[in-house]
Ligand binder design. Structure first.
Ligand code: IPM
Ligand code: MG
Length: 360
């Protein structure tokens, strides 16, 4: 099979963390004889600086022709004042929609070695392993009409449209039911069906789908309650499926339960298994260029990429095991550091993962 990977370092800490992830990718490529070929391109603020647009045509063409994408992060204060249409985030959103990456998998796993980093009591989060399946190319993020207009009275109003078609709900629903089948068999669909019609339909479609997956136990929860339950008793969840905006919010909340947003990878998949892989955290401009960012979420994103898009499960597991090993050794970047461990830089963490891979 062809294994063509497009690397998009992006902005802020993006280039630093992607640099380490690439070293890991190169090593498993050699060790497992995967035949991976790499290309590099610009997206986000770095693309704006060079080409004036967040998603240059060349980048999009490479993105369309590759088998998988590895992205660092986009955005930063430097570009915050730009018009909405050409902000760095538009590069990310443009990739998601142009490549039809509708299914966003955001696992929240608590590494036992990092239990003390959670803001919740250890007994509430010990063993936490939940998966948020977020719809990524529809809903209020993309709904039309949208904009800011001036009313007859002269007052301005902003407006967006929360819209989901049945087919959009069905395809993300299927992905979530299938994920639940492979895990604990429990799926919680999160909506606001007590207020929003778009989510009344969402709930109906999820209920229809449930008949096709008798081995999965489907439940429903309103989004406000889901936010509360996530911080009250997060271990009640196995898989959560929800729309674009609710998923954006709940996945940040779930990530923080693990104490270390710097540890969590994500996958955004199309219908055929092509995907874009990125850490859940952002571009962290405050620490960019200092060599202190945690590269593990990006390294774990490489593992997800090998598993879901490149049919290289063995290599994926080797990376995940290496990450566990370096945590066992007490290696900690600043974001996950606690006393008694060894504080390391971005590159030292990369070195440690490479060494752990070699020692397996
Ligand atoms: C995310 C981010 C993006 C989103 C931003 C950067 C556009 O918050 O991936 O969760 O809102 O989807
Ligand atoms: Mg977000």
């Amino acid at each position: 099979m062809s294994r063509n990977v497009l690397i998009l370092p992006g902005d802020g800490i993006g280039p630093e963390i992607v640099g380490q992830a690439e070293r890991v990718l190169d090593q498993v490529n050699a060790d497992f004889g995967l035949g991976i070929e790499k290309n590099h391109a610009l997206v986000g603020g770095s693309a704006i600086d060079q080409y004036g647009v967040p998603l240059p045509e060349d980048t999009l063409a490479l993105a369309k022709s590759c088998d998988a994408l590895l992205l660092g992060a986009v955005g930063g204060p430097k570009w915050d004042a730009l018009d909405m249409a050409i902000r760095p985030e538009k590069g990310l959103l443009g990739l998601r929609s142009n490549l039809n990456l509708f299914g966003n998998l955001r696992p929240a796993i608590l590494y036992p070695q990092l239990a003390e980093a959670s803001s919740l009591k250890p007994e509430l989060v010990a063993g936490l392993d939940l998966l948020i399946v977020r719809e990524l190319t529809g809903g209020i993020y993309f709904g039309q009409p949208r904009g800011i207009r001036t009313k007859d009275s002269g007052e301005r109003e902003g407006f967006n449209t929360y819209v989901y078609s049945e087919s959009e709900v069905r395809r993300i629903g299927r992905q979530a039911f299938e994920a639940a089948q492979k895990r604990g068999g429990k799926l919680c669909s999160v909506d606001k069906a007590n207020v929003l019609e778009a989510t009344v339909l969402w709930r109906e479609v999820m209920n229809e789908l449930a008949a096709e997956y008798p081995d999965v136990e489907l439940s429903h929860m309103y989004v406000d309650n889901a936010a509360m339950q996530l911080v009250r008793a997060p271990k009640q969840f196995d898989v959560i499926v929800t729309g674009n905006m609710f998923g954006d919010i709940l996945s940040d909340c779930a990530a923080m339960l693990t104490g270390s947003i710097g540890m969590l990878p994500s996958a955004s998949l199309d219908e055929n298994g092509k995907g874009m892989y990125e850490p859940i955290h952002g571009s962290a401009p405050d620490i960019a260029g200092q060599g202190v960012a945690n590269p593990l979420a990006t390294i774990l994103s490489v593992a997800m990429m090998l598993r879901y898009s490149l049919a290289a499960e063995e290599a994926a597991q080797a990376i995940e095991k290496a990450v566990g090993d370096v945590l066992d050794q007490g290696m900690r970047t600043a974001d996950i550091y606690s006393e008694g461990n060894r504080k390391v830089s971005t590159a030292q963490m990369g070195d440690a993962v490479l060494a752990a891979l070699t020692n397996q």
